[in-house]
Design a protein around this ligand. Structure first.
Ligand SMILES: [Zn+2]
Length: 249
């Protein structure tokens, strides 16, 4: 999971969402609000294309899932489930793009809370998941830094799905190669090729790996985190390479 920037919706769509929310709020009991939310969401055709378009623009790479970062995001997920908080069914700030596996097999209607009733799962749009999770790059596995990080690992199966773990190990190798190729292309003056390497690198699935590599290279314990991979750490700390990868247009 990586930090994502939420964009603004077209005004017409925002207005429609407000109208839907009013219809739910008009209901006099919580049970009626839940029923109304479910019915309206089932018939949301007028807002679905605009919501999907905005979420796709926000998502990593080519519309990757905002939770696992691997599969195509196909579903509009309610971060806070509509069965729990029907009034947030049409709240844009409560919508994320999820793959069907994360949505239907992993998260379902799970929404663990801490002892104070605050959500444990991390919404990657207002918060940085890397404050709660640490990816062990050579293993492809996440370690929890906080109870919120642990909840994400458990609910989304971040370490229990072998395709994710093996995929991250491969992504680490591919990303290392991309840094080396970028350096070679840049040294040869092949700037179009270098730009293409950057673009392709950020568009690949499991881009949490590349984000983590740059993030950990700035860590106080970076030498330990990249033990035996001094060349990779040197590339990640190369100011020219950082400019090319991190300040792209
Ligand atoms: Zn997913």
């Amino acid at each position: 999971m990586i930090r994502l920037r939420r964009i603004a919706l077209p005004q017409e769509t925002a207005t429609r969402l407000g109208e839907y929310t009013e219809k739910i709020a008009e209901q006099t009991t919580e049970k009626a609000r839940k029923t109304k939310a479910k019915d309206l969401w089932g018939a949301r055709r007028s807002v679905r294309p605009a919501l999907l378009a905005a979420l796709t623009e926000m998502a990593p790479g080519h519309a990757r899932c905002m939770y696992c970062g691997d599969s195509q995001g196909t579903d509009i997920d309610h971060f806070d489930p509509k069965s729990r908080t029907p009034l947030r069914t049409f709240d844009w700030l409560n919508h994320l793009l999820a793959c069907s596996f994360c949505n239907s097999n992993q998260k379902r209607s799970l929404f663990p809370l801490d002892g104070d009733g605050a959500p444990l799962l991390v919404d990657p749009t207002p918060r940085d998941p890397l404050d709660h999770l640490r990816l062990v790059l050579p293993l492809g596995e996440y370690k929890a830094r906080t109870p919120q990080g642990q909840a994400c690992i458990d609910v989304f199966g971040l370490n229990s799905r072998p395709v994710l773990v093996k995929g991250r190990v491969d992504a680490y190798a591919t990303s290392r190669h991309s840094l080396e190729l970028w350096r070679i292309a840049t040294d040869k003056g092949q700037h179009d090729k270098a730009r293409e390497i950057v673009q392709v690198s950020w568009n690949r699935p499991l881009v949490d790996v590349l984000v983590t590599m740059f993030h950990q290279s700035e860590h106080a314990a970076a030498e330990a985190l990249f033990a035996g991979e001094d060349d990779v750490l040197a590339l990640l700390r190369d100011p020219e390479l950082r400019e090319g990868f991190l300040n792209r247009a």
